[in-house]
Design a protein around this ligand. Structure first.
Ligand code: ZN
Length: 197
C-alpha cells in the first residue's frame, strides 16, 4: 500500500501522482517496467520506452513545481532522479538483465567479480587475436558487424533464459554480455588508431 505524503491518503497501485490529490510522489513504489508501462523483458520496446520517458519527463519536470511547496519541489527532484535512472537502465540490455536478475535476488555482476568461465576465457582470447590481426578499417568494420550480430543473438538468448527462469544460464550470458561491451570499447580504440594511421 502506498501513502501520499501530501493528503495522507493511501492507494494500492504504484503511481507517480497521488490518485486523490494529484501530488507528485518522489518515491515511486513500482518497478522500472511498470513506470513506463512496459513488459518486463531484456528486449525492451525501445520506441515505447522513449515515448513514455519523454511523456513522464514533461509531466514531472522540476520547473513545473517552482511555485509549489518546497516539499513538493523536493519530491519532483527525487522523482526525476528515479526516472533518469530507470530510463538509463532500460536503454541498456545489459543493465536491464542485471536489474531483472536483481529482482530475483541474484547479483549477476558482483563487484568483486567472479572467476571468468573457461569458455569465455577462450572466446576472449580468440576475439582479441582476431582484433590484433586486423590491419584495415574495412576489415575492422566487417568484424564489428559480425560481433554486433553475435551480441544481438546473445541478448535474444539471455532474454529467453530470463523468461524461462533459467537464471544460472542468464547470469553466464550477462557476464558474457558485459565482456562484449568491454570488447566494443577496444574495437573503437583500434578503429581510431586505424583512422589516424
Ligand atoms: Zn495525495
Amino acid at each position: 500500500m502506498n501513502h501520499c505524503w501530501n493528503c495522507k491518503g493511501s492507494f494500492e497501485k504504484a503511481s507517480v501522482f497521488c490518485p486523490t490529490c494529484g501530488a507528485i510522489c518522489g518515491a515511486y513504489s513500482g518497478d522500472y517496467f511498470e513506470l513506463f508501462g512496459l513488459e518486463a523483458d531484456v528486449n525492451v520496446d525501445v520506441m515505447a520506452l522513449e515515448t513514455a520517458y519523454l511523456d513522464l519527463q514533461k509531466k514531472t519536470h522540476p520547473d513545473h513545481f517552482a511555485l509549489k511547496s518546497l516539499t513538493e519541489q523536493m519530491q519532483a527532484i527525487e522523482f526525476t532522479a528515479l526516472l533518469n535512472l530507470a530510463y538509463e537502465t532500460l536503454q541498456s540490455p545489459l543493465k536491464t538483465a542485471v536489474y531483472l536478475l536483481k529482482q530475483q535476488g541474484i547479483d549477476a555482476l558482483p563487484e568483486r567479480g567472479g572467476d571468468t568461465p573457461p569458455q569465455l576465457m577462450m572466446k576472449s582470447f580468440e576475439m582479441h587475436e582476431c582484433l590484433d590481426d586486423i590491419e584495415s578499417l574495412e576489415a575492422l568494420r566487417a568484424y564489428k558487424k559480425q560481433i554486433e550480430a553475435e551480441e544481438k543473438e546473445l541478448i535474444e538468448a539471455l532474454a529467453a533464459d530470463i523468461r524461462n527462469a533459467s537464471f544460472a544460464q542468464a547470469v553466464e550470458k550477462t557476464v558474457e554480455l558485459k565482456f562484449m561491451a568491454t570488447f566494443f570499447k577496444e574495437l573503437r580504440i583500434k578503429q581510431k588508431k586505424l583512422k589516424h594511421a
